[in-house]
Design a protein around this ligand. Structure first.
Ligand code: GBH
Length: 466
């Protein structure tokens, strides 16, 4: 009997939110339907050499046409919550002007289907799919993009606010700013570190302006959040030089968002580290007050930790397109030991525990949600067609154990969203990496529940690990 007093169980708090997560461009497909026009990811993926195998999100997991089937999968899993993103280019194809109702209708159907299945919808407004027209007008380095985003947030909340009570403004602005505008491995593929710093500030501003618009639009009980991919950092040694390397990455990877959003200030060391790139005059009077509008929770996406050390003087050439302005040439990233996922990312659940307990201490009273956690592995089908992914189960078990431990030590973690429901378009890796707990055969779009999905359904059903 699983409930015998001798069974060692890791129970999560009553009311803990168990979810899965996806993003529009990674699963929807239907790239040209119902008025949708290209986003920066359509443009980027169609350009030769940007995405592995020339893959695009044109069809992806065809979720746009398989809504009912995918909601049925969620229902089968028994999750309490589902995190999805709204595609800006479906709602406002040019990034401006009135909403396209056919585009919003898709999300109305999604949300109604979720509510009918007793699943709470969690909507992210921006998971990287900027309307191309706004990029052509300057993109995120351009201040006006933040204003446009707030307007889009308002009209989307007007349409869905009666049925969606949890909203996330942005997903991982670090990736969108620094992989998009500094290293160029993500759309729009620019390699201009100063532009990336401007983009980061305009993401903060967009978050603040959208938070204001959402407060004015949504019912009072609604929850507004922001999701960051905070870097869980470890120095290679305790030397002053390695600790300084950690400080630099913490500044441009974490505090560049945490300080403005939660404390209404810029990190002074970041301003100093980046002085040769910018004078930060794009931060205007009043901006930081807008950015620091109170929010109801912080979302954290975590996959693996980052080990850093001081660069060896003269040892390695300064990286040309680094996503770390102010740290390039001074910091060395050291491969962490231990097992790796198919992304070659280290498996290390302690990094998640360390992040959650850091936030417990630094942001007292801010509820936390793990809005993404999961792993890519090459799963395999047996002759019966069953899909086995034992490493993913072990990865998830380890990370949920870390979350449980953090909660036990006082971290206010309210929910966990597994990335991802479905195998999908993994950005620059295209379809070559599979993060789903449901297998997708992209030739036929057939869905097959993997072992990890059955395992997760049991965890959700029992409210913890056995
Ligand atoms: C998330 O990004 C995305 O939100 C999601 O759409 C995506 O599918 C999922 O994870 C899996 O990739 O860039 O040098 O710091 C996670 C992006 C990947 C960013 C690992 C940090 C570490 C190497 N993170 N990356 S570096």
């Amino acid at each position: 009997d699983a409930r015998s007093p001798l069974a060692t169980e890791l129970r999560f708090p009553h009311g803990f939110r168990w979810g899965t997560a996806t993003a529009a461009y990674q699963i929807e497909g239907a790239a040209t339907e119902d008025g949708r026009t290209p986003s920066i990811w359509d443009t980027f993926s169609r350009a030769p050499g940007r995405v592995r195998n020339g893959d695009t999100g044109d069809i992806a997991a065809d979720h746009y046409h398989r809504l009912d089937e995918d909601i049925a999968l969620l229902k089968e899993l028994g999750v309490t919550d589902y995190r999805f993103s709204v595609a800006w280019p479906r709602v406002q194809p040019t990034g401006r002007g009135p909403a396209v109702q056919r585009g919003l209708d898709f999300y109305r159907r999604l949300v109604d289907g979720l509510l009918a299945a007793d699943i709470r919808p969690v909507a992210t407004l921006y998971h990287w799919d900027l309307p191309q027209e706004l990029e052509d007008a300057g993109g995120w380095p351009q201040r006006e993009t933040a204003q446009r985003f707030a307007e889009y947030a308002r009209i989307t909340a007007e349409a869905l606010g009666d049925r969606v009570s949890t909203w996330t403004t942005l997903n991982e602005p670090w990736c969108a700013a620094f992989l998009g505008y500094a290293s160029g491995v993500h759309a729009p593929g620019r390699t201009d570190p100063a532009a990336a710093l401007r983009a980061a500030h305009h993401f903060n501003l967009a978050h603040g302006l959208a938070t204001r618009a959402l407060r004015e639009t949504l019912p009072a009980k609604s929850e507004i959040s922001l999701t960051l991919n905070l870097h869980s950092l470890r120095p290679l040694t305790d030397s002053a030089a390695d600790l300084d390397a950690v400080r630099r990455i913490d500044a441009v990877g974490n505090r560049i968002f945490l300080d403005p959003v939660f404390h209404g200030r810029l990190p002074a060391d970041l301003v100093e580290d980046t002085a040769s790139l910018t004078d930060w005059s794009f931060v205007r009077d009043g901006d930081l007050e807008t950015v620091s509008a109170p929010i109801d929770s912080l979302g954290i996406n975590y996959y693996s930790p980052t080990v850093v050390a001081a660069a060896v003087p003269g040892g390695s050439p300064e990286e040309e397109a680094s996503p770390w302005p102010g740290a390039a040439g001074r910091v060395r990233f050291v491969p962490a030991p231990g097992p790796r996922t198919a992304m070659d990312w280290p498996v290390d659940a302690d990094g998640l525990y360390e992040l959650l307990t850091r936030l417990r201490d630094e942001l007292p009273g801010t509820p936390l949600m793990v809005t993404e956690n999961g792993a890519a592995y090459d799963d395999y089908a047996d002759p019966s067609g069953a899909v086995h992914d034992p490493e993913r189960v072990e990865y998830l078990r380890g990370h949920l154990t870390a979350v449980h431990r953090a909660i036990g030590d006082g971290a206010p973690v309210r929910g966990y969203f597994l990335w991802s429901l479905l195998d999908n378009f993994e950005w620059a890796y295209g379809y070559s990496k599979r993060f789903g707990i449901v297998h997708v055969d992209f030739a036929t779009q057939r869905r097959t529940v993997k072992d990890s999905a059955r395992w997760y359904a049991e965890v959700v059903g029992r409210g913890g690990l056995d």
